[in-house]
Design a protein around this ligand. Structure first.
Ligand SMILES: [Zn+2]
Length: 466
C-alpha cells in the first residue's frame, strides 16, 4: 500500500533549487511544494512528486529557485520617487543636507504612500521579498496602508531622532516625544504573530539619538520581538562626535549603554577600529553593508572598511541598497555583485566575499538581521513560501555550470521571472500581480517634478538637454 498523497496548493517541478538549508543543498532537478503560506517540501522532483497531489503544477525547467532576498536597508519614501536627481559628484554634506533632507521634508503623505508602493514594485521585480526600512518615514500610516495592498514582507518605522543641536531646544521634550512616537507605532503595528508588515524602532542614528533614545529603542525591540536599525559611521564624522562627547568611539559607547546585541542592525559601519569590530562580533550585532552607496558616495568602504575583518570575526554582514539617490537601484543582485568584487579588488585577495558568502549575506544573514531567521532566508519545509524564480532562458544564465557563480556574477534582478511571498505569487512572467505597473510608473513620473519643485531643487545636467 502506498502512502496517501498530501494535497498541496502548488508544486514547482524540474527546477534548479538553491535551498540555503543547513548543508546548502542545491537540486538540479528539484521540486518545491507549498501549502498556504508555508513550504511543505523541497527535494528531488521524483521524490516530492510521489508524495503530493497538487492543485497547481508549474514546470520549473526554465527556473532557478532561490529564497527571496532580504534588503536590510532601504529608504522607501522620498528617494524612490526622485531617483537619480542628485548628481554623483556631490559630497556627503551636499547630498544629505542639500538634496535629501529638503526632499524628504517636502513630501506629502500621499507621495510617501506612492513612493513606498513604487519601492515595493522595484524590490519585488528584482527578487526582494522582505525589507527593512532605513528609518526615514514621516507618515507611517500612509506607508503601511499603501504597502499592505502589495503583499510584500517588511519592517518599517517612523522617523526618530531627538538630539537637540540648538541650545534653545528643550532636550527632555524632544526625547520624550521621540520615545512616545516609537512606542505608539511599535504597538500599533506589532510584530506579534509575525505579520507581513510591522513597525520597528527605526532610528536615523549617526549622532542624532541621545543615550535615552537608544536605551528606549533597545527595550522596545526586546519587549516586542522587533529589531532596531540605525545609520552609523559612514565617514569619520560619527566617530569624531562620539569621541568628543563621550571619550569613546560609537560602537564602544553603544556597548557601554547596552544598545548592542542581536536586535540591532547598524548600517554602513565603515569607519570602525578593531575594538569596535570585536564588540560587534561579541554581541551578535548585525552590520548592513550598502556597497552601491559606498561607491557612489565615495564613502571609502573598500579603502577604509573592515568588512573582511568583520566577516572573519564572525559579524553577520547583511546587505542593503539604501536610497535611490545613493546607489540608485534597489536590486539586491547588484548589491551582491558589488560586494563580491569590492574587497577582492581592494585587497588583491580573491578569497574575500565569494559568491557563496554573498548569497548568504543576501538571504540567511538578512533574515536573521530582520529578526525573521525562523521564518525566511532558506527554502525548507515549515518556512514561509518566499521565493524567486530566476529565468534561465536568458543569455546571462546560459550555460548553467555553477549556479551560485552565475547568480552573483552573471545575472541580475532583470532576470527575475516570478516571485512568491507568503505563498502568494506577487510577480508573474515579469509583471507585478498586485500593483498596476503602467499606472504607478505614470504616477511617479508626474510626482517627481512636483516634489522636487516644492523642495526647491532643479535637477542639473552638465550637457545641454534639448
Ligand atoms: Zn540610509
Amino acid at each position: 500500500m502506498s502512502e496517501p498523497r498530501i494535497p498541496v496548493d502548488l508544486l514547482i517541478r524540474g527546477a534548479w533549487i538553491v535551498t540555503m538549508d543547513e548543508t546548502r543543498r542545491i537540486y538540479r532537478d528539484g521540486a518545491l511544494a507549498v501549502i498556504g503560506d508555508r513550504i511543505h517540501a523541497v527535494g528531488p522532483s521524483a521524490e516530492v512528486e510521489a508524495r503530493v497531489s497538487a492543485r497547481e503544477v508549474i514546470d520549473g525547467s526554465r527556473f532557478v529557485l532561490t529564497p527571496g532576498f532580504v534588503n536590510c536597508h532601504v529608504h522607501i519614501t522620498g528617494e524612490p520617487i526622485t531617483r537619480g536627481a542628485v548628481p554623483d559628484d556631490t559630497d556627503w554634506e551636499a547630498n544629505v543636507m542639500g538634496w535629501l533632507i529638503p526632499t524628504y521634508q517636502a513630501q506629502t503623505p500621499e507621495e510617501e504612500r506612492l513612493s513606498a508602493r513604487f519601492a515595493a514594485l522595484e524590490m519585488l521585480r528584482t527578487g526582494t521579498t522582505c525589507f527593512v526600512e532605513a528609518g526615514t518615514i514621516l507618515d507611517l500610516g500612509a506607508v503601511y496602508d499603501g504597502l499592505a495592498e502589495t503583499g510584500i514582507r517588511g519592517r518599517i518605522g517612523q522617523w526618530a531622532q531627538d538630539r537637540a543641536f540648538d541650545p534653545a531646544e528643550d532636550q527632555a521634550a524632544l526625547t520624550a516625544h521621540a520615545i512616545e512616537t516609537l512606542q505608539r507605532e511599535v504597538e500599533r503595528y506589532s510584530c506579534a504573530g509575525d505579520p507581513l508588515l510591522a513597525a520597528w524602532p527605526a532610528l536615523v542614528g549617526h549622532v542624532t539619538a541621545t543615550d535615552d533614545l537608544w536605551r528606549a529603542a533597545t527595550q522596545l525591540a526586546r519587549d516586542h520581538g522587533a529589531g532596531v536599525t540605525a545609520h552609523m559611521s559612514p565617514d569619520p564624522q560619527d566617530p569624531d562626535f562620539f569621541l568628543a562627547a563621550t571619550g569613546k568611539r560609537p560602537i564602544a559607547h553603544l556597548a557601554e549603554i547596552g544598545a548592542l546585541g542581536p536586535q540591532l542592525s547598524l548600517t554602513h559601519a565603515i569607519f570602525l577600529d578593531m575594538e569596535e569590530v570585536g564588540l560587534l562580533a561579541g554581541t551578535g550585532t548585525h552590520v548592513t553593508h550598502c556597497p552601491m552607496t559606498a561607491m557612489k558616495g565615495a564613502y571609502g568602504a573598500s579603502s577604509a572598511g573592515l568588512f573582511p575583518e568583520m566577516a572573519a570575526a564572525g559579524v553577520q554582514i547583511q546587505l542593503g541598497t539604501d536610497g535611490n539617490n545613493n546607489g540608485n537601484a534597489a536590486d539586491m543582485m547588484r548589491a551582491m555583485y558589488v560586494t563580491a568584487g569590492l574587497f577582492k579588488d581592494a585587497r588583491r585577495d580573491s578569497s574575500l566575499f565569494s559568491a557563496y558568502d554573498v548569497l548568504e549575506c543576501a538571504t540567511l544573514n538578512g533574515a536573521s538581521g530582520a529578526q525573521m531567521g525562523h521564518l525566511i532566508g532558506s527554502l525548507e519545509p515549515g518556512k514561509k513560501a518566499d521565493f524567486v524564480a530566476h529565468d534561465r532562458h536568458r543569455p546571462e544564465w546560459t550555460p548553467l555550470l555553477n549556479v551560485v557563480n552565475q547568480l552573483v556574477w552573471s545575472a541580475d534582478g532583470r532576470g527575475v521571472h516570478s516571485v512568491w511571498v507568503d505563498g502568494r505569487r506577487l510577480v508573474e512572467d515579469y509583471r507585478a500581480t498586485t500593483i498596476d505597473e503602467d499606472e504607478i510608473l505614470a504616477e511617479v513620473e508626474a510626482a517627481a517634478p512636483a516634489l522636487l519643485a516644492r523642495a526647491g531643487k532643479t535637477v542639473p545636467c552638465r550637457w545641454p538637454v534639448l
